[in-house]
Structures are given as structure tokens and as C-alpha cells.
Design a protein around this ligand. Structure first.
Ligand code: NAP
Length: 306
């Protein structure tokens, strides 16, 4: 189906960057549509306690994002829950956004579709996904009450996931490939202080075992193989960039869309905001900042095109 209207700005993604862009575009009285393939809120919705968003000392990620979502709608941004499959520019300069249910039209595009969980890329990972293997302890941890579970990774997310699980599971293994964790702050000591925690360093996950659900994992350790009987494995080995719905974008070797602080990509009229942009600091506030700047750049582009 074809929508007949031409939007000033179509924003792909309803995380903090996309919703903030929606707030700014709506406040600038621009006809704005946000397209989101799954749930609004982005990756932060799985974080139980956000402590570093200005004005909020303690708030759940989901709680914070429901406020930002309501604010974007109040400011006039429209939101549709559809997957964006392809974006192309027509001969008239207008972008055609092919979404799962409908085609939409826009003068400018803001890409704010974020990053996705990095997989381990080992055998049976996909088979066990949802059957013991998960990317989200706060979503699925309660399924494994009083069981032994493992978390894989060494960054702040892995510690946050593992610490959360110590209050639910019988035993929590945190497995990291190097001899020291990347995670910072007191969270590491807090995790280590739990009686049911065990940190396993210098180890990688070699094998997943089980019939129709995960039953154990096999590690490569400096002392050889070690098998852990666990009902769940939570993967927290970072995120990666991937955009395949628009051709011709300049990206860095890791797949992040190249743009400076003005959020302008190499394609005129296409802007990028949030974690998918090349940048040094990926935080809620920097993603929100991008959302505002991308709209500002889109407004300037539309003025110059008039
Ligand atoms: P991250 O900091 O990139 O950490 C990813 C971890 O996974 C690293 O320890 C890395 O190992 C490991 N890893 C990467 N690829 C791997 C592979 N193929 N196999 C095995 N291990 C692999 O990611 P994150 O923990 O998701 O955090 C992302 C960002 O959000 C960070 O900036 C983080 O500080 C921030 N964050 C902050 C908080 C907070 O409370 N302040 C909470 C969560 C996240 P190496 O260390 O060996 O590279």
C-alpha cells in the first residue's frame, strides 16, 4: 500500500536517538514519522536501573523510555511499528521508504536504528536461542530461578547481567576471554562478593550441549576443557552495527555509519543519530544529543533545498 503524504522527516528507529529526533522535529512543526520494527525504547529498556540520565537518579530503562515515547507523540511525531526494508531516492529527490506494510515518502531521512547484539557464532547458538540462550537477563532470568546459569562477556553489561542473576539463580558463572574484565566501577567487587558467583577468566565458550534446551556449556580454559552444567547462558559480548536497508552509505570497517558531529552522512538528505554513528562515546545522553543535532541538520538541508 502507498501512503499519499510526503513527510518532512522519516526517522528509522524509536530508541533514545530516534524519539529525541521526533521531539525536536515535532516541535519544529515538521511532519514527522518514526518507523520502528519492534518495541519502542531501544536497548536501554532491558536495563533495570539507569543512574546517569540527567534529572533521573534512579529510573528503569523502560520507565524512562515510556516518558520519552509519550513526549515524542505529544510533540506531534507519528509512530508506526513496521520494519523498514529498503530506502531509495526517487527521480524527484523524495525518498521512498519501503516498510513491511506500506511505502512512505519523505524529504529527509534520519537513521537511528542502533546496533544489535553480537552473537558468539558457535554451533547450535541459534537452535538454543530462547531455549536456554538469551541476550537479556532482566527479560529471561526469572525462568532460571534456583538453577545454575552463566554470563559470557567482560564489559559493563556482563557485570550488570551477572549481578542481577545472583539474586535469582543458585549459581552464576561469569566467563570472560581475557585475564581482566573490561567492566569498571564497584559492580565487579559487588558481584565477586556474592556467595553464588564465580569468575572464570582466560576462557572462551567452545560448545553448547543439550537436547531440545541448553543443559551444559564446554569452555576452553588454559587448563583444557571444562564443562559447566547450566540451564541458561546469557550472552553479553557487546553489540555490532549493521544496516542493509539503504545502499551507498559510507561506513567504517565495523559497519558504523560515518558522520561527524553534524550527523550528516555522505548521502545528501540522509542523517544518522545514536549508536550506529561513528563516535567515541555511546551513551543515552550522546544518542539523545545526536537526535537533536540530526533534526537541526535536516532542517538546514530542507531550507537550502527550498
Ligand atoms: P563492551 O564494553 O564492548 O564489552 C564487550 C565484552 O565482550 C568485552 O569484554 C569483550 O572482550 C567481550 N567480547 C567481545 N567480542 C567477543 C567475542 N567474540 N567473544 C568473546 N568475548 C567477546 O560491551 P557492553 O558491556 O555491552 O557495553 C557497551 C557500552 O555500554 C560500554 O560503553 C559500556 O560501558 C556501556 N554500559 C554501561 C553500563 C553502566 O552501568 N554504566 C551498563 C552497561 C553498558 P574484551 O574485553 O577482551 O574486548
Amino acid at each position: 500500500m502507498d501512503s499519499k503524504v510526503t513527510y518532512d522527516i522519516i526517522i528509522v528507529g524509536a530508541g533514545i536517538a530516534g524519539l529525541t529526533a521526533g521531539i525536536y522535529a515535532g516541535r519544529a512543526s515538521k511532519k514527522t514519522l518514526i518507523l520502528e520494527g519492534s518495541t519502542y525504547g531501544g536497548q536501554i529498556i532491558n536495563t533495570p536501573d539507569v543512574q546517569n540520565f540527567p534529572g533521573e537518579s534512579h529510573i528503569s530503562g523502560a520507565g524512562l523510555m515510556s516518558k520519552v515515547y509519550a513526549q515524542a507523540k505529544d510533540c506531534g511525531a507519528e509512530i508506526e511499528f513496521e520494519n523498514v526494508e529498503k530506502i531509495q531516492r526517487g527521480d524527484d529527490g523524495i525518498f521512498v521508504v519501503h516498510a513491511s506494510d506500506e511505502n512512505y515518502y519523505a524529504k529527509t531521512i534520519i537513521i537511528a536504528s542502533g546496533t544489535r547484539n553480537r552473537k558468539m557464532n558457535i554451533e547450535r547458538e541459534d537452535d538454543f536461542m530462547g531455549h536456554g540462550v538469551s541476550f537479556c537477563a532482566t527479560c529471561d532470568g526469572s525462568l532460571y530461578r534456583n538453577a545454575a546459569v552463566a554470563v559470557y562477556g567482560g564489559g559493563n553489561s556482563s557485570i550488570s547481567e551477572a549481578s542481577y542473576l545472583t539474586s535469582i539463580a543458585k549459581k552464576v558463572y561469569l566467563i570472560h576471554r581475557r585475564d581482566e574484565l573490561r567492566a569498571s566501577g564497584t559492580a565487579v567487587e559487588d558481584f565477586m562478593a556474592c556467595q553464588n558467583s564465580e569468575l572464570i577468566l582466560n576462557s572462551t565458550i567452545a560448545e553448547l550441549k543439550g537436547s531440545d534446551k541448553l543443559e551444559s556449556i564446554v569452555l576452553n580454559t588454559p587448563h583444557g576443557k571444562r564443562e559447566l552444567q547450566v540451564a541458561a547462558l546469557f550472552i553479553a559480548i557487546g553489540r555490532e552495527a549493521s544496516i542493509d536497508y539503504i545502499d551507498g552509505l559510507d561506513k567504517d570497517p565495523d559497519g558504523y555509519v560515518i558522520a561527524g558531529e553534524d550527523c550528516q552522512t555522505n548521502i545528501p538528505g540522509v542523517f544518522v543519530a545514536g549508536d550506529i554513528r561513528t563516535k567515541n562515546v555511546r551513551q543515552l545522553v550522546t544518542a539523545a544529543s545526536d537526535g537533536a543535532i540530526a533534526v537541526n541538520s535536516a532542517l538546514a538541508y530542507m531550507r537550502s533545498a527550498d
